[in-house]
Design a protein around this ligand. Structure first.
Ligand code: AMP
Ligand code: MG
Length: 341
């Protein structure tokens, strides 16, 4: 299959393709999505095939507004979903609600619920509007790879596997949406994202539980290794400079050609590629996936990331993505947590 890159000022071919049951990659404010008509099972099957995505990993359905959420919902709108949607849509927030039959089971991972989000990106909105259907769109990467934040990233992963990529520049957020399961009470934070836990709780005026921490694991598809570049990722999760320096020196012996993503002061500790990031969760969130892909180009022995985790705001999301991407996490006191799978 030939993959064509379409410019954002003429969306008509992308719109026609989607109407005809084809898949099209397009930009959203979080990451690039691989979209298809969410009501068309055959079309959505192509998403799973192109990505190599396991069938038990459901897709997020993209709509324009709360009315379109009501169209795919069964029963009463959960109060939590109503509040969150009123506050954060359009934007990087996905709600899980009980589903009617509009969205096929294949899209929902064969579950009675559906994940729905309203993107704010003008290109994503124009496509949904023009197609006149909700669009199922997971991240437009091969399964297991870092999510794409630029058309070139989609090209790298899916060239020859999909017909069209719409180039709309960089995704401004750079991390996937926050997912809240509103089909249960209290709601569950299934995937941390740009909108932090504290913000969700203040909008809802009550607790949002975290699977693993306060509730059993309940996020399908989250068991797979995710977000990983080709080189092994090693996360130095430490606070003190002298601990970090020691860890970097040890790693350099083991991986002489390692690449490093860290704040400026650590550049002196590597000989290989270096990507400077600020020491804040916001800056790491914005650069993590594109940084993985960029550093990976030089075929380093390892990609090392220096950042001390925190659970404030987008910090929880960065920690979650790093945990899933890394093969090894080094924490203080010389304790090493080896991540298996
Ligand atoms: P992605 O499309 O790659 O951003 O991933 C979507 C994620 O949303 C999946 O991996 C699931 O964890 C979650 N998800 C989607 N649909 C549902 C659902 N019906 N119930 C629970 N989680 C869901
Ligand atoms: Mg994904």
């Amino acid at each position: 299959m030939i993959t064509e890159i379409l410019s954002a000022d003429n969306l008509s071919r992308g719109i026609d393709a989607l109407k005809n049951g084809e898949v099209v990659a397009f930009p959203t404010e979080t990451v690039y999505g691989l979209g298809a008509d969410a009501t068309n099972s055959e079309a959505c099957k192509k998403i799973f095939e192109a990505k190599g995505r396991p069938a038990d990993n459901p897709l997020i359905v993209h709509v324009l507004d709360i009315k379109e959420l009501e169209n795919v919902l069964t029963g009463q709108m959960p109060k939590s979903a109503q509040r969150l949607v009123e506050k954060f849509w359009p934007g990087p927030l996905t709600v899980i609600v009980p589903s009617n039959d509009t969205i096929p089971l294949l899209v929902r991972g064969f579950m009675p619920t559906v994940a729905v989000r309203s993107p704010s990106h003008p290109i994503a909105r124009e496509l949904i509007q023009a197609v006149g259907r909700p669009l199922a769109a997971p991240s437009a990467n091969r399964s297991g790879r870092p999510s794409p934040t630029r058309a070139a990233d989609v090209w790298q992963d899916l060239r020859g596997r999909i017909p069209y990529i719409i180039d709309g520049g960089n995704s401004p957020v750079g991390l996937e949406s926050t997912i809240v399961d509103c089909s249960v009470d209290p709601p569950l934070l299934l995937r941390p994202g740009f909108i932090g836990l504290q913000t969700l709780e203040s909008v809802l005026g009550g607790r949002v539980l975290r699977p693993g921490a306060d509730a059993p694991h309940k996020a399908p598809g989250m068991k797979y290794r995710h977000y990983a570049p080709r080189a092994p990722v090693i996360w130095i999760n430490m606070k003190e400079d002298y601990h970090i320096e020691q860890a970097l020196l040890q790693l350099k012996e083991e991986f002489p050609g390692m690449a490093l993503m860290a704040s400026r002061q650590w550049q002196r500790c590597v000989a290989g590629p270096f990507l400077q990031v600020e020491d804040t969760a916001q800056d790491i969130a914005h650069n993590l996936f594109s940084g993985f892909r960029e550093l990976d180009q030089a075929k380093p022995d390892a990609i090392v990331v220096v950042w001390e985790e925190n659970d404030q705001g987008v910090g929880l999301a960065v920690a979650n993505r790093l945990e899933k991407a890394c093969t090894k996490q080094l924490t203080w006191e010389g304790c090493v947590r080896q991540v298996t799978d």
